[in-house]
Design a protein around this ligand. Structure first.
Ligand SMILES: Cc1cc2nc3c(=O)[nH]c(=O)nc-3n(C[C@H](O)[C@H](O)[C@H](O)COP(=O)(O)OP(=O)(O)OC[C@H]3O[C@@H](n4cnc5c(N)ncnc54)[C@H](O)[C@@H]3O)c2cc1C
Ligand SMILES: NC(=O)C1=CN([C@@H]2O[C@H](COP(=O)(O)OP(=O)(O)OC[C@H]3O[C@@H](n4cnc5c(N)ncnc54)[C@H](OP(=O)(O)O)[C@@H]3O)[C@@H](O)[C@H]2O)C=CC1
Ligand SMILES: CC(C)=CCC[C@@H](C)[C@H]1CC[C@H]2C3=C(CC[C@]12C)[C@@]1(C)CC[C@H](O)C[C@@H]1CC3
Length: 520
């Protein structure tokens, strides 16, 4: 199992076995037997939560109440902001969405002290097949959106894979998927935003209207205004994805094949890599198709199917590329069931066929519920023995970046996802001023190096990323100083918009929200 430490212990057990005397029996049980709580309590609860949400969306969709209610809901957001103005603008604002519900790694501390504004807008508003757009409210999740669009034969061009990611979070933060080499980041498929600003007014922006505001919203983390609706591009969705797995056996080969496949933009709608160690990986390329070759269909969402990353690993070492067909929606959410590979630290036997056949239909536990119930002991354990980061680096530095991660954390699998960074104003400026090819390197798990230190190691990795003109995804822990943060992200347009829309007293700055100090 990838989470075994150097000396062979499971990551979650490492802490207790090192210092058994330090831990009370309760802590020991909480850490080593978290699976008992997860399997018998969280899994059924997650299921109930999902069924409730699905039923609610379906009823609203069928009753068509969402479009009519939208204006009313926006007025409620405006009312709260006007109230805040009346009260003398004393404490800055943030959304009232509780920290445990978010996918971001930490529970934001600032939620307890800032003025909380309820932005409970969670419905698909309109699908316009003529203009090829879908209009949604910010709490619409990726699972909800794919369930709505796919049966109608549509999808958004970039569908980040975890079901519970929300449109608002993906715009105010960022979103990426294996189609990003063609379409860019989530922000690049957005057509327009509707926001409630600090003075309570509603402002719409797009490339044509209030374009400065439009370009400064992505990565602003809710510090320019409250998002109330978004128009996103849609593209036709075919029934299946034809997936080709190519095994690579050295770092050079991995980087070469990954780059070549990414550059074949017209041939490959989706490109992804999983490295199982520095010299062993599988590069996947995929395209949507309408039919599957007989005997090659693999419905990976079925409850008894193995975790997707394990399935991918089984292709390593094969001489010829292997082909299979996966239903499109299953492909989009292929890493949801195993929370990438994080589930193996939570339910260590979760990929065993007996478990899959008996209980696989309840998996995964919801990230939000895991966060809510983790308690201080497990939180500390993750803090000290775990590393969750996505670093966006230029494709030309992929090999160096993988070497850096090997030296600093040695966590595998490593997720590789290419994306194009178009030339556009905003926080994420391409250093050359031209469109550039980047790659997201995702590392989630227990470090296998002896000198891992959560702060120092992360700071060294952050420093490497800055040195190659890369960017850190900010849902995870960032230990950069404010100056370092400013050297990574271009704040020029952001500062201009903060001034224009009088945000200083209204919202914290981005750094104030994403730095480790602002999070529990
Ligand atoms: C969430 C939602 C938003 C809507 N927004 C608008 C709107 O902005 N303007 C407007 O004129 N009508 C809107 N409608 C009404 C929709 O166009 C009617 O429900 C449609 O005319 C139903 O036609 P049907 O019975 O032939 O299709 P059905 O066979 O009932 O439609 C197939 C599926 O597509 C869904 N659907 C169809 N059209 C839309 C749409 N435009 N947006 C979202 N889902 C759709 C249906 O709810 C159904 O689930 C919306 C409906 C819903 C559920
Ligand atoms: N494949 C991918 O791309 C993946 C992306 N992620 C990351 O996860 C995060 C998204 O998680 P999610 O739980 O959806 O979002 P979060 O609730 O974590 O929100 C992220 C930020 O967006 C702000 N925000 C959200 N909605 C609004 C709104 N309506 N108006 C103003 N600000 C808003 C939040 O502000 P506030 O603090 O005020 O609540 C917060 O600062 C992103 O940071 C993303 O990068 C994680 C996994 C995979
Ligand atoms: C694909 C991209 C860009 C990112 C994927 C990141 C995710 C793998 C992580 C984002 C938040 C993480 C959390 C956990 C696992 C890994 C993420 C989903 C936990 C569920 C791990 C167990 C802890 O008790 C709670 C964590 C919450 C956040």
């Amino acid at each position: 199992m990838s989470s075994k430490t150097k000396n062979g212990h499971h990551g979650v057990q490492q802490e207790t076995s090192k210092n058994p005397a330090d831990k009370s029996w309760l802590a020991y049980i909480l850490i080593n037997y978290r699976w008992v709580f997860v399997c018998f309590f969280l899994l059924p609860l997650s299921l109930v939560y999902d069924v409730y949400h699905l039923a609610r969306s379906w009823i609203i969709f069928k009753l068509n109440s969402a479009p009519k209610k939208h204006d009313e809901r926006v007025k409620f957001v405006q009312k709260q902001v006007r109230e805040w103005n009346k009260q003398g603008r004393t404490t800055p604002m943030c959304t009232a969405r509780p920290g445990w519900q978010t996918i971001s790694f930490r529970q934001p501390k600032y939620k307890k002290t800032l003025f909380n504004v309820k932005v409970n807008l969670m419905d698909v508003l309109e699908i316009d097949t003529e203009r090829k757009t879908v209009r949604v409210e910010p709490l619409v999740s990726m699972g909800q959106l794919s369930a709505t669009l796919n049966p109608l034969g549509w999808t958004i061009p970039i569908l980040p894979e975890m079901d519970d990611l929300t449109v608002g979070g993906l715009i105010m933060g960022t979103g990426i998927e294996t189609s990003s080499h063609k379409h860019g980041l989530f922000q690049h498929i957005c057509v327009s935003f509707e926001l409630v600003m600090a003075d309570g007014s509603v402002v719409k922006c797009s490339k044509e209207e209030n374009s400065d505001l439009f370009y400064s919203i992505p990565w602003s983390y809710g510090t320019l205004g409250f998002l109330t609706a978004v128009e996103i591009e849609i593209v036709p969705a075919l029934q299946f994805v034809r997936l080709e797995y190519t095994s690579v056996s050295s770092l050079d080969e991995a980087c070469r094949v990954f780059k070549e496949e990414t550059l074949k933009e017209e041939n490959n709608q989706f490109v992804e890599g999983l490295m199982f160690n520095l010299n062993r990986g599988v590069i996947m390329t995929a395209n949507m198709v309408n039919s599957a070759e007989p005997g090659k269909l693999n419905v990976i969402s079925r409850w008894y199917k193995p975790w997707f990353f394990k399935h991918v690993e089984s292709f390593w070492g094969l001489d010829e590329p292997q082909v299979e067909y996966i239903p499109t929606r299953d492909y989009f959410h292929r890493h949801s069931r195993s929370i990438f590979w994080e589930i193996q630290d939570i339910i260590p036997f979760g990929n065993h066929p007996v478990f899959r056949y008996l209980f696989g239909w309840m998996v995964p536990p919801k990230v939000s519920l895991l966060k809510l119930t983790q308690g201080d002991t497990v939180k500390e354990l993750y803090e000290n023995n775990h590393f969750i980061q996505d670093m966006l680096v230029p494709m030309s530095t992929l090999s160096d970046a993988l070497l850096c991660f090997e030296k600093e954390v040695k966590i595998y699998p490593v997720w590789l996802c290419p994306f194009k960074l178009p030339m556009a104003p905003g926080m994420l400026r391409s250093p050359s001023g031209q469109q550039e090819l980047y790659v997201d390197i995702g590392t989630y798990g227990v470090p296998k190096v002896s000198n891992f230190h959560p702060i120092e190691t992360t700071r060294r990795v952050e420093s490497f990323v800055r040195s190659v003109k890369g960017f850190q995804m900010l849902y995870a822990d960032s230990y950069m100083t404010e100056d370092e943060f400013h050297s990574m992200f271009d704040h020029t347009l952001y500062d201009k918009m903060r001034k224009k829309y009088d945000c200083d007293k209204a919202f914290p700055r981005v750094y104030g929200k994403v730095s480790r100090a602002a999070r529990d």
